[in-house]
Design a protein around this ligand. Structure first.
Ligand SMILES: [Zn+2]
Ligand SMILES: [Zn+2]
Length: 329
């Protein structure tokens, strides 16, 4: 009887379990075929290998959407991100008149999100999403790219610079409040769509000594001391805020620091912050995540959930733009 049972298990292993394992491992190890062909290729500098790869534009767009936006976001938000990613590539690529990536002379674009935009190839996505979610997420992103294929954003006939950020927290910001350049399509708009973001607010607490050390690292001429912060009237206050509520300038003793400099010094999520200085610590509460200019990604997801399509989303965060076809250019 026991021998019969062992034989049954042996047969089940041979006929069912081992083939099933082989199929699932094979499916996991073998990337699906290249997503989408494209008449254009872009030269992408891959930081981890220091290589420049020629990648079909639409496949590149899919890798950017996967790297820059959660794949669980609503379809119209993924589509908006795909159009923005394609627009960014068209803005940079030499074949469309772009100047290329200024850090890598042989590339149109690099995969460093701090310089150009993030990009993940299929193999990296398998690791990022894991066995269970890969097919679902990959299909969602592939469909967002397919349904917007060739679409880009223009303003008065020019390809725009499609700046985006994670969470504006209520209002986006004028580009010229963050950088020196003014773009009429990158202007402040109300956003009631990103309140579901997990990065809507954050509070950071610093000891007086750590707060002072971070400031001095940013600007060694700042003379504010930990003793002053512990006193009755600490010499730290917000000097100016933009209309969206973001801090433009801070007074630190006799020195003025930009809001963007303080954000960098303290590692804050945004420049929209409030300071509370008590006798024992400094509490900084931020609203939103990112610089706040252009497309609000969580806002795009919120608009998609409310029924807006990708065109409406893009035309809301980039004022006065058109969605046009790359092939028509
Ligand atoms: Zn770059
Ligand atoms: Zn928003």
């Amino acid at each position: 009887m026991r021998a019969l049972l062992r034989f049954g298990v042996f047969i089940a292993l041979i006929l069912v379990i081992i083939p099933a394992l082989i199929v699932s491992i094979w499916g996991w190890l073998t990337p699906p075929p290249s997503i989408l062909d494209s008449p254009y290729e872009v030269a992408v500098y891959i930081t981890s290998t220091s290589q420049v790869l020629m990648i079909p534009l639409e496949e590149y767009v899919a890798g950017v959407v996967a790297a820059e936006m959660p794949a669980s976001f609503s379809t119209a938000a993924l589509e908006a991100q795909a159009i923005a990613a394609r627009t960014y590539a068209a803005h940079r690529a030499s074949k469309f008149g772009g100047a290329g990536c200024s850090q890598h002379s042989l590339a149109d674009i690099c995969d460093d999100p701090a310089h150009c935009q993030a990009f993940l190839p299929l193999e990296a996505l398998q690791l990022k999403w894991g066995l269970v979610s890969f097919n679902e997420y990959h299909t969602r992103i592939r469909r967002a790219v397919e349904s917007t294929v060739g679409q880009i954003i223009t303003h008065r006939g020019q390809v725009i610079d499609p700046i985006f950020h994670s969470t504006c927290g209520g209002q986006t910001e004028d580009a010229n409040k963050v950088w020196s350049n003014y773009f009429s399509y990158l202007i402040r708009v109300e956003c009631n769509f990103c309140s579901h973001s997990n990065r809507l607010t954050e509070t950071k607490t610093f000891s007086h000594a750590d707060f002072v050390a971070a400031l001095k690292k940013q600007d060694s001429t700042i003379l504010v001391t930990a003793q002053q912060l512990a006193g009755k009237s600490p010499p730290v206050e917000v000097k100016t805020r933009s209309e969206s509520g973001r801090v433009l300038e801070m007074m630190l003793g006799s020195k003025t620091l930009k809001g963007t400099e303080l954000r960098s010094a303290l590692g804050l999520n945004s420049t929209n912050f409030a300071l509370e200085i008590s006798s024992s610590e400094v509490r900084v509460t931020t609203t939103g995540y990112g610089h706040g200019v252009g497309l609000c990604q969580y806002g795009a997801d919120g608009m998609a959930k409310a029924g807006y399509d990708s065109r409406k989303i893009l035309q809301y965060y980039y004022q006065g733009v058109q969605i046009t076809s790359l092939s028509g250019r």
